[in-house]
Design a protein around this ligand. Structure first.
Ligand code: AHR
Ligand code: AHR
Length: 517
């Protein structure tokens, strides 16, 4: 592709995300044209195209899904000045250039405002509007929430917490009616819940529940209201509207297994009175066919409308969680051989966990967490059993041993997800740090899933560019912060006084110190 062709192409796909156009074209002319071409010989969408079931939507924040793609992957917006920038592949057909995001988002908070369609159809995903089930627009994902590596490069996924979601109600070339399509997504198989509905795929164009068969999306989670599979979940299911299906009928279909690989490939295919669920490990091996057969009663013929959703149900039901790395929708029902070739392409990426520099958060380690705001560097995050409160307090070598113990935390696997952590006080109480009404408290684990969520924090690169920050697992747009010496989970700007933008990035950044106790 010549530079002129590339710019014209970029302009076309960028149009719906108008704010990005100027900057994006500038980046293309400036750096993109000379990027080294270390393209893969084919991407998933090249495989689908060769099999005459082409991608009609292709979304990824981690990589190009065509060997020749060098256009925009996603757009981020920062809180400090509300400007946006666009993340491109490092090279044609390559992995996302996450350094663009990291430098643009330094000392502030960034959301993912759009995920570009790489197929040329302009089916970009942006903030989901209100729907029949929930108001809107939905919360945008924290751009830094899901660091991972792909092909050895640091990249970011899309970490969806309840309340977040993306949509495109005005699409081109997506299957409608009873037409055939295929869909795949690479997801974090350990990040899910039983809320409705972490979906990726075909949905209603009016954001409402328009009845059985008006959707056909991949669903991932352990919601059991409609259908479910064997084990305790999560399961790959199809959201066909008014039902998540694990097989031919509602309820248990035991052939659909619990599928929870850290990186999971999930596929749904849908044709005329025929559909299938395929799943596997996105890092190795082949796909299993977990269902292939006729439509459930009441779902033949289908009445697909052709909108695209990510992280929500068809009517904007937004109480679910999950992480998305890449996904496509095809025109036509892909063959088993095609899906096998796509799975092999996905496994070649080598998706892997991103490890923080000198990661000090290993299970069983005792640490103290020192404030980094210039006001407060003598202060440590401290949990006081008598008052249940958590805040920052000055600690010195001559402090009382009870205070030293209150200022020391034992790192444990996150109660809600072992990829994250929970902090148990070293003061002998056995209590954990958890948030409640966004304030931090020290409390005993009551064994509820709510407690586990509230007590799980994900260590991330420090919001001020060094040290560490701790993202709330269930409110992924909030981080542990001190404000007026009290501990909270706080967003960079928001409705609570402690969400104040001033000093947010410093107040939410912590140095890991030797344990006081
Ligand atoms: O089919 C399950 C869910 O039911 C859909 O996603 C939503 O539109 C409806 O509430
Ligand atoms: O928590 C102490 C200070 O209180 C914080 O640095 C600031 O945000 C607030 O004024």
């Amino acid at each position: 592709m010549t530079v002129r062709q590339r710019v014209r192409y970029a302009r076309r796909v960028l149009l719906p995300l108008a704010a990005a156009v100027t900057l994006a074209v500038g980046i293309l002319l400036g750096g993109g044209a000379s990027a080294p071409s270390s393209a893969a010989t084919s991407g998933p969408c090249d495989i689908y195209a060769a099999a005459s079931t082409p991608c009609v939507a292709a979304h990824s924040t981690t990589r190009a899904l065509y060997a020749a793609y060098d256009g925009p992957l996603y757009q981020v917006k920062r809180a400090s000045d509300s400007t946006t920038t666009t993340v491109y592949p490092l090279a044609t057909g390559g992995y996302a250039n996450a350094a663009t995001q990291d430098s643009f988002c330094a000392n502030t908070y960034c959301t993912i405002t759009g995920i570009y369609d790489q197929s040329g159809n302009g089916n970009n995903l942006t903030d989901a509007p209100a729907g029949g089930a929930a108001s809107g627009p939905d919360i945008l994902a924290n751009a830094a929430a899901a660091p991972t590596t792909a092909g050895g490069h640091k990249v970011y996924g899309v970490f969806i917490s309840p309340g977040m979601g993306y949509r495109d109600d005005s699409t081109k070339n997506i299957a409608t009616g009873n037409a055939s399509e295929g869909e795949y997504a690479v997801l974090d198989g350990t990040h899910y819940d039983n809320g409705c509905c972490f979906d990726y795929g075909n949905a209603e164009t009016n954001n409402d529940d328009d009845g059985s068969g008006t959707m056909e999306a991949i669903n991932f989670g352990n919601e059991t209201t409609w259908g479910y599979g064997s084990g305790s979940g999560p399961w790959i299911m199809a959201d066909l509207e008014n039902g998540l299906f694990s097989g031919a009928s509602a309820g248990l279909n035991s052939a659909d297994p619990t599928t929870n690989y850290r990186f999971t490939t999930a596929m749904i295919e849908g044709g005329a009175n025929q559909w299938a669920i395929l799943g596997g490990n996105a890092d190795s091996g082949s796909l299993s066919t977990d269902y292939s057969g006729v439509r459930p009663s009441g779902y033949n013929p289908m009445k697909k409308q052709g909108a695209i959703i990510l992280g929500i149900g068809g009517d904007n039901s937004d109480s679910s969680a999950g992480t998305f790395y890449e996904g496509v929708m095809t025109s036509g029902y892909p063959t088993a051989a095609t899906e096998a070739a796509v799975q092999s392409n996905i496994t070649s990426v080598g998706y892997a966990n991103y490890t923080l520099p000198s990661n000090p958060f290993t299970t069983g380690t005792a640490i103290s967490l020192q404030a980094t705001t210039p006001c407060c560097t003598a202060d440590y995050l401290t949990g006081n059993t008598s008052g249940n409160d958590v805040g920052v307090t000055a600690v010195t070598s001559s402090s009382a041993s009870t205070l030293k113990a209150d200022a020391t935390w034992i790192v444990e696997p996150g109660l809600a997800n072992s990829s994250c952590v929970s902090f148990k006080s070293a003061n002998g109480s056995g209590d954990y740090m958890r948030h409640y009404n966004f304030e931090l408290y020290l409390e005993p684990n009551d064994g509820t899933s709510q407690f586990a969520l509230d007590a799980t924090f994900c260590p991330r690169a420090g919001n001020s560019g060094s040290n560490y920050s701790f993202m709330s697992y269930n409110f992924s747009y909030k981080y542990i912060r001190h404000y007026n010496y009290i501990g909270y989970v706080a967003s960079d700007g928001g409705s609570n006084t402690w969400d104040a933008s001033s000093l947010w990035y410093e107040d939410s950044t912590w140095a890991v110190a030797s344990p006081w106790s």
